[in-house]
Design a protein around this ligand. Sequence first.
Ligand code: MLT
Length: 248
Amino acid sequence: MSLRVRFSSRGLTPPDVAGSVVFVVDILRATTTMCAALHHGAKAIIPVDSAEEAMRLAQTIGRDDMVLAGERNCLRIEGFTLGNSPREMTPEMVQGRTVVLTTTNGTRALLATQAADEVFVAAASNITAIGGRAHAALEAGRPILILCAGREDEFALDDAYCAGRIATLALGGRDVADVEHDDATIAALDLVARYRQRWDKPLRASTAGRNLVRLGMGDDVADAARTDAYPVLAHFHERRVLAVRPAA
Ligand code: MLT
């Protein structure tokens, strides 16, 4: 049994993820936004690296069937219909449509996992579904990697706390010492001991959270802190994120 955490995707290579079940976290806000879109009926999310790639893809899919979404410096990209706010992913905007999404850190981390055995998109908004899947994977002896998008290749408190919550659920009461783990796993679990069940505390204390509040997007931080608000099991496969089944 193996449970590892990475605090950013910096330097991540295909061998780092090969054979693992990977849970990608960018709780503020990309992975929360993906869960919101899928929960509200988006057909799929296609994460891409750049605005240019998103525009090119939009032309091949056709305007009526897709919606362009994304941010740079937390603000909607010029010419895009939506930014990267989970609250923008309403049924009116996304139902039955493919969301092409590009964000600063979150979509980049997701795209770095393509050599993994399986990849899921994780946030507070789908934590029960994710925790169940992580626990099942660990018990089945499949190596687990919880990959935080982080912030500009560095540690981000909001993602690290979410990683700790996923690790806690994966362990399901087992002592971490009973499974193969790394130092980052211990640190993430320590954040759960510090903040307990309070998603709002690390999210508000984090640099990303404080930045969003400063930009007038404090409601997004509150939204991202809602447990199981968008309870989809979001699965990344062949460059698309799909809801594989609703959470129980
Ligand atoms: C990212 O991918 O860097 C974030 O989701 C940024 C944001 O909050 O828009």
